[in-house]
Design a protein around this ligand. Structure first.
Ligand code: ADP
Ligand code: MG
Length: 470
């Protein structure tokens, strides 16, 4: 049991936001590992449907990584290369005596199936990618293979697929699926539909597109039709996190003693996410976006000798928001090297906006919450270095929030802003916990001084504008 649990969790870490896919896949592998797969047919036949860039191809790569240790340990047939009838013959090779018989190695041979297995696992993964692109004769050739697990080659030898899972991916119906989900266009609004009705609806839409394209015999031989959902913001953000972690691991593995750390704050991750995703391509461009805007510029810095060993490269966003800004972090920033994050909790939008502007100009990453409960949620997610809160919040007292945050995240420094003198017990709590109190109206200069003292030793720059804020 432990082994399949770990297969499911390994897959879930590589293919995010598609739990029903993993749920349908694991038992099939389990059956094979238990030696209980049926005879005379493939171990499983899966049709993976859904919009572009939702993880269909990635699923098979991830399974190959989990079972064989490499995403390349699978036999992939790019169906786009078999669009013409005569090209389909390359799959099985020409019969003896035909022109080109000796030159054409069939794409599907027993040897090739064995080559993608490992000592650890004898299961071959075969992927017919983007099957809708292949000429119709491809599905005819595949009928016997799906049904009996046998493929007759041109030279009349037979290839057994009994120890094979067959995957076919397609974006058939994807456009209709997206239309179902988005009455108005937009990747984000795709998430507006209740997920529960969405799943069933998408499956029906996708299946009807499949039935229009393929013969009933073909459709009947598919064990599982899995429908991929458009990825929601949380999944996309998990993919970015994953890519950033991979980059960091790569740096450590490749550079050894010359390795350094890369600090990619939340705002930068969001920027990458927005830049790398679209309705049309899903998350397909995400990896490339990370590569282009982060990995490549980092490589240039390393090549130029600008990155000393064991330092920290800080990533920010350029002013025009067109690219990322990379720099070696200087000492003296709060908690190591991160672009510090300030959580501002205030019901008064105007003051919040003012402080936000001021701190952002000083290089802080500022996030704003309007209520205490929102602040708790954001703090859990963003782990801010500092929190500035109004004493009087719509849903509670600022000091209580400061106490809670201080307990749940030791090391977070808080500043409470108040109009009136605080009640004695609040004052005492602040003194005990080292929470600074800022009496309104305060001068910007004064506020900056307190923030600087409280939140970090980072220089807050010139602050000679004695602007009064109420
Ligand atoms: N669900 C997902 N989980 C993790 N990464 C994903 C997911 N969907 C897409 N990606 C990212 O996008 C890339 C392209 O996804 P892919 O599986 O090729 O899309 P398609 O559904 O069109 O086959 C992947 O290599 C991966 O970086
Ligand atoms: Mg694909």
């Amino acid at each position: 049991m432990a082994q399949t649990d770990s297969l499911a969790s390994v897959l879930a870490s590589k293919v995010v936001g598609q739990p029903n896919v993993i749920e349908a896949l694991v038992p099939c592998v389990e059956m094979f590992q238990a030696g209980l797969s049926p005879d005379n047919r493939p171990v499983g036949v899966y049709l993976l449907l859904g919009p572009t860039g939702t993880g269909k191809t990635r699923t098979v790569e991830a399974l190959a990584e989990a079972l064989h240790g490499s995403s390349k340990s699978m036999l992939k047939i790019d169906c786009g290369e078999y669009q013409m009838e005569h090209e389909v013959a390359k799959l099985i090779g020409a019969p003896p005596g035909y022109l080109g018989h000796r030159e054409t190695q069939p794409a599907l041979t027993q040897q090739k199936l064995t080559a993608v297995t490992t000592e650890k696992c004898g299961l071959s993964l075969v992927l017919f990618d983007e099957i809708e692109k292949a000429a119709p004769s491809m599905s005819r050739i595949m009928l016997g293979l799906l049904d009996r697990g046998i493929l007759k080659l041109g030279d009349n030898t037979a290839v057994s697929f009994e120890k094979t899972i067959i995957f076919m991916t397609s974006n058939l119906g994807a456009r209709e699926m997206m239309r179902e989900l988005t009455p108005t266009v937009g990747f984000q609004s795709a998430m507006a539909v209740e997920p529960d009705d969405a799943v069933g609806k998408l499956e029906r839409v996708a299946m009807s597109a499949v039935k229009r394209k393929f013969s009933p015999e073909f459709v009947n031989r598919i064990d599982h039709v899995l429908t991929y959902q458009p990825l929601d913001a949380a999944s996309l953000s998990a993919i970015v996190d994953h890519e950033v972690t991979r980059l960091q691991r790569h740096i450590v593995e490749r550079l050894g003693s010359r390795a350094f750390s890369v600090d990619v704050p939340y705002a930068v991750r969001q920027w990458l996410m927005e830049k790398g995703t679209s309705v049309e391509y899903g998350a397909r461009e995400l990896k490339r976006t990370v590569h282009r805007f982060l990995t490549q510029p980092l490589g240039t810095m390393v090549a130029r000798g600008e990155v000393p060993p064991a330092c920290c490269v800080l990533v920010g966003i350029q002013k025009d928001k067109a690219a990322l800004a990379l720099g070696v972090a200087k000492a003296g920033m709060p908690r190591g090297c991160s672009q510090p994050t300030l959580l501002l909790v205030d019901g008064n939008g105007e003051l919040a906006r003012f402080i936000e502007r001021m701190m952002a100009a000083e290089g802080w990453d500022v996030v704003v919450a309007a209520t205490a409960s929102e602040a708790r949620r954001m703090a859990a997610k963003r782990k801010p270095h500092g929190v500035m809160m109004d004493a009087e919040l719509p849903d509670g007292r600022g000091v209580n929030l400061a106490v809670q945050l201080g307990e749940s995240m030791p090391g977070t420094r808080s500043v409470v802003m108040t109009e009136e003198a605080l009640p004695l017990e609040e004052n005492m709590a602040c003194a005990r916990l080292g929470v600074a109190v800022l009496q309104k109206p305060f001068l910007v200069k004064e506020a900056l001084g307190v923030i600087r003292a409280q939140l970090g030793r980072r220089s807050l720059g010139r602050m000679d504008a004695p602007l009064k804020v109420a």
